[in-house]
Design a binder for this molecule. Structure first.
Ligand code: FAD
Ligand code: EPU
Length: 335
């Protein structure tokens, strides 16, 4: 365990932003983490895969890159398996492990970048599934007194792209492991988005979880830029949730505006559609801009500053506010 000084974070964030960290260390187990935390007096940035953040300036503190690995079976019977997974495991590799073992529940979350430890932070979601549906516990280390706490699912206060770790407990914990309960009997969810179409095109009528995962991967590859080729952090903004009245006002002028009724009677509007209507889709400002296939994704084709991408996000928020009177909220963490 070596503490490095003044290193570039370019390789550690999927936007590919080149800023420096004053100090940087990778930890592979809890005891290493505790000994680092006990001595540290600097401000902290905990880093997983760096796929949901925008670095806007050099970080004058200590970056801890989480590499705590391990997948352990806690309990298993004929119907389900409960797995405790180290926070530093790569999310997609964990999904592939589940598919190889026919453990069901995370197949719709295939190909989401980042680490297992960040998955509860914003309650990752895609294609009709959220990770809260399969999480039973989150193990986390208190950054003040280094005690270990197990948060039960209910205590995490999960919501759309949010949890207690992003709100009231923000900055207070290092997530060290996540426990998932997965089913051994496939209960597939293929009705969302284009999954059914994708399966139909391949002539698959009775899919298994691998085929659902493959369909999700194909859809995602078609729409979302691969961070290895084009810097990005996925959806930069959340889809706004509005009242029925606001939704109806928009539909009066734009009858095709995508909207999805929520269980509480509110409506989720598609931020990508709103941004596209404001003329941003595919717009480039030099080497950065708005993705041409998905206006919710801001992109860095190389060399952009985080502050420039942040300003672009401000400009997008202003124009959506002006045209639709809706305030977009960022999904990406601004550092
Ligand atoms: P990081 O970016 O490293 O960290 C994110 C935040 O969590 C930071 O504030 C960090 O300090 C904090 N953090 C990270 N690890 C820990 C820890 N162990 N303890 C405490 N705090 C921690 N998200 C979705 O929900 N659905 C999608 O479909 C989706 N698609 C994406 C597609 C692309 C191409 C990209 C680039 C991103 C996408 N994302 C999506 C966003 C992102 O992949 C997820 O939010 C992912 O969970 C982030 O994981 P990470 O390890 O990279 O987190
Ligand atoms: N749309 C447009 N123009 C665009 C983009 C989208 O009109 O430029 C329309 C689409 O035609 C569709 C609607 O908006 O009618 C929704 O688009 P899409 O299905 O692509 O999904 P999204 O709402 O833009 C969300 C998540 C993604 C997740 C997908 C699939 C958020 C903020 N984003 O995107 O998550 O993968 O659904 O479930 O909820 C992420 O969080 O980083 C992320 C990529």
């Amino acid at each position: 365990m070596k503490i490095q000084q003044s290193i570039s974070l370019k390789a550690y964030n999927t936007f590919g932003i080149d800023v420096k960290a004053q100090k940087f260390v990778e930890v592979t187990d809890q005891s290493q983490l505790k000994s680092i935390l006990e001595k540290n007096t600097l401000s902290l940035l905990i880093l997983g895969g760096g796929s949901n953040l925008l670095l806007t300036k050099d970080f004058d503190g200590l970056v801890i890159k989480n590499n705590i690995k391990g997948i352990d079976i806690v309990v298993e019977d004929n119907d389900s398996v409960t797995l405790k997974v180290g926070a530093g495991e790569n999310w997609h590799r964990f999904v592939m492990y589940c598919i190889d073992n026919n453990y069901c529940g995370v197949e719709n979350l295939s190909l989401i970048p980042g680490n297992v430890g960040a998955s509860p932070m914003q309650n990752i979601g895609a294609y009709g599934v959220e990770v809260k549906d399969v999480i039973t516990k989150v193990e986390a280390i208190n950054l003040k007194d280094f005690s270990v706490k197990e948060f039960e699912n209910q205590e995490c206060d999960f919501g759309y792209r949010t949890s207690v770790f992003k709100t009231s407990e923000k900055g207070n914990y290092f997530i060290s492991a996540v426990t998932f309960k997965l089913s051994k009997h496939p209960k597939l969810n293929t009705s969302y988005g284009a999954i059914d179409n994708e399966l139909k095109e391949k002539g698959i009528t009775n899919p298994n979880i691998k085929e659902v995962s493959d369909a999700v991967i194909a859809i995602r590859k078609n729409k979302l830029p691969d961070p290895a080729q084009i810097g990005n952090s996925g959806s930069f903004f959340k889809n706004p949730v509005v009242t029925e009245g606001v939704k109806n006002t928009i539909l009066q002028n734009f009858e095709n505006a995508p909207n999805y009724q929520q269980p509480d009677g509110s409506y989720k509007m598609a931020a990508g559609w709103l941004i596209e209507q404001c003329g941003w889709k595919g717009k480039m400002i030099g080497n950065y801009g708005v993705h041409d296939k998905q206006a919710l994704v801001l992109v860095n084709h190389g060399g952009a500053k985080g502050s420039e991408i942040f300003q672009l996000s401000e400009d997008i928020i202003s124009s959506v506010q002006q045209k639709f009177n809706i305030t977009l909220e960022r999904e990406v963490n601004i550092i």
